[in-house]
Write a protein that binds this ligand. Sequence first.
Ligand code: ADP
Ligand code: MG
Length: 418
Amino acid sequence: MIFTDFNLAAPVMEGVEAMGYEKPSPIQEEAIPIILGGHDLIACAQTGTGKTAAFLLPLIHKLLTQDHDDTIQALIIAPTRELAIQIDQQLQGFSYFANTSSIAVYGGGTGAGFDQEKKALQQGAQVIVATPGRLISHLNLGYVDFSNLKYLILDEADRMLDMGFLPDIMKILSNLPVKKQTLLFSATMPDSIRKLTDRILIAPKQINLAVSKPAENVLQAAYLVYDNQKIALIESLIDGKDLPLVLIFASTKVGVKEVESILKRKKFNVSAIHSDLEQDQRAEVMNRFRSRNLQILVATDIVSRGIDVDDISLVINYNVPGDAEDYVHRVGRTARAEKSGVALTFINEKEMGKFRRIEEFIGSPVRKLLLPVHLGEGPSLENYERNKSSHKPGRGGKSYGRKPSRGGNNSQRRNDSR
Ligand code: ADP
Ligand code: MG
């Protein structure tokens, strides 16, 4: 299939060409005709599979070819500021020739930013890209007019529910016209998403391309390593190698700051991104990383999903992610769009059980690498293997190759349970 098969308006096709896309990805092949056909849609596909263009291209086409004015026609809701900015940037790229007006409403930043958003919302832009909290701040002030809205898109819906945005989403929905086309995109399809789609979509078409495995072209491996060996291990992995971009995930803000400051002291080109930074500082770091003026980015969870930076050659999980799907998403930061990459996970003696659960989730063991000799001995592999055989499968037995529901080990993060 090629892009011209969709019969998209000429300015949209020019945008596709300008973005350098040659052929549609599988999710785009399936989603674009459904969206053009006016149906509600639930689309589930792994990170990095091109979901953004799957909704933006038909949306721009419709805005261009159907009756519309300059009032707000479409609302795209995304969980994080970074993602909202990124969607808005792609929108601007694709709609360059179509002249779609848009505005990103994503919080953080300055009071002036809020006033600018307010002005644009009052004047009306055809497409609003927003994070839930910030949009609600504007809604509460009473000047946002959604009465002509025709399209609602929820991007990274699973992430939004994980982050506790369900009440916000329902509140936003109560401000929207009932008659509209609703599209929901998600990397996973937990029960909570099903419940949401039952409530807010009408006779939706469904696409499910989700797999619980990272892309095949990612080389995954892990080290059994004590916390006090981790920095030296990072050094030996990065030092003297010509790695374009490296992304390191740590589970806590404190951890992120520590890794950043130690690597900085060792004169690496490194910065961190976490929620203590102001919005413009975060944007600045992301821009440097994207433009390759920054080699190593250390981050908490906030960037692990949805942020699109090409050519990350190495992803390091400084801690084992708390939830198997986060592992898949983080590993998905590398090897985007058919390139290859390496993802390494550091497992300390306390995290073995957690990592075994990840291996069960993805349905295959991840190779354990030997520590460089100068680091001394790490936690023993026998220990890892031994506990493995005594590991009791949970309710429902082992789930090799099958995707367990999102409950269980991450129930503390769910806000919609119970
Ligand atoms: P997702 O939202 O599914 O995680 P994105 O929409 O962020 O994925 O797309 C991932 C990457 O693939 C981006 O760099 C995007 O520009 C690129 N991409 C998407 N669709 C295509 C395509 N048809 N051809 C080439 N690159 C594409
Ligand atoms: Mg996406």
